[in-house]
Design a binder for this molecule. Structure first.
Ligand code: ADP
Ligand code: ADP
Length: 232
């Protein structure tokens, strides 16, 4: 069964004039695949990400994550599914300013009731993996943009999610730093996780296996990215 299925999904925002941010979108994301979602500003990418990430519910249609229908779940069930299955990486990092890198990475485990000693051990492992072992005690404002994004990625991975969702993860980074971050996603894909990233940049999207094009809330097409281009 696929990691995520969208079945004829429509999302309508009713703030004044109702607007269909997504109209009748059907999409299947296989387990272990690497997908980029691409489209201009306002095309519905974030709305799509929020649905895939169980942060929101569709107005019509079904969203299945790991074979389970998100629409039928209570908020609490969705939160549990999200915590166990999905790791989020945001463009703006969303780190807690008063917590150290280590504490930021360990935070999701607090909500899962993991004990302190194990939380810290696991967070250290992840910081090591993203090359930031020496920065464990630094606060976000003592780190560069690229280092902050790596802390955010370590945090997204700390609960060992099968699916990693990233919304413009290189949007605030220079090209070289962005490449390091993309190399990390490549590694996650290499170890069998499902990676989904939203971007408006073609260069970034071409790191994925396939590009899902979204225009005006509709799925315009799915483009396979060839190995040659991925390596280039
Ligand atoms: P089981 O059915 O035996 O419990 P799962 O189907 O949960 O096993 O997972 C089998 C393997 O696939 C595991 O290694 C797990 O980490 C991985 N996996 C599970 N769900 C996903 C997913 N959505 N995307 C990628 N890998 C997944
Ligand atoms: P993208 O991520 O591609 O820029 P979004 O998914 O953020 O696109 O937005 C798609 C459309 O839905 C836009 O027209 C946007 O203004 C509208 N929209 C997004 N979120 C909301 C909201 N919470 N309330 C009302 N309209 C929204």
């Amino acid at each position: 069964e696929p990691a995520v299925v969208l079945d004829d999904v429509t999302k309508t925002y009713r703030l004044g004039q109702p607007i269909d941010a997504l109209s009748s979108v059907s999409l299947s994301i296989p387990r272990g695949s690497y997908t980029a979602i691409m489209g201009p500003s306002g095309s519905g990418k974030s709305t799509l990400m929020n649905l895939v990430g169980c942060l929101d519910r569709p107005t019509e249609g079904r969203v299945l994550v790991d074979g389970r229908d998100v629409a039928g779940m209570s908020d609490r069930e969705r939160t549990t599914l999200r915590g166990r299955t999905i790791g989020f990486v945001f463009q703006t990092f969303n780190l807690m300013p008063r917590l150290s890198a280590l504490e930021n990475v360990a935070l999701p485990l607090v909500f899962q009731g993991v004990r302190r000693r194990e939380r810290r051990a696991r967070a250290r492992e992840l910081l090591d993996r993203v090359g930031l072992a020496e920065r464990a005690d630094h606060r976000p404002n003592q780190l560069s943009g690229g280092q902050r994004q790596r802390v955010a990625i370590a945090r997204a991975l700390v609960a060992d999610p099968a699916i990693v969702l990233a919304d413009e993860p290189t949007g605030n980074l220079d090209t070289a730093t962005g490449s390091d971050v993309l190399a990390l996603f490549e590694a996650l894909y290499g170890e069998g996780r499902t990676v989904i990233l939203v971007t408006h940049e073609r260069d970034v999207a071409e790191h994925a296996e396939r590009i899902v094009h979204v225009v005006d809330g509709e799925l315009e097409g799915i483009e396979a990215v060839t190995g040659a281009r991925r390596k280039a």
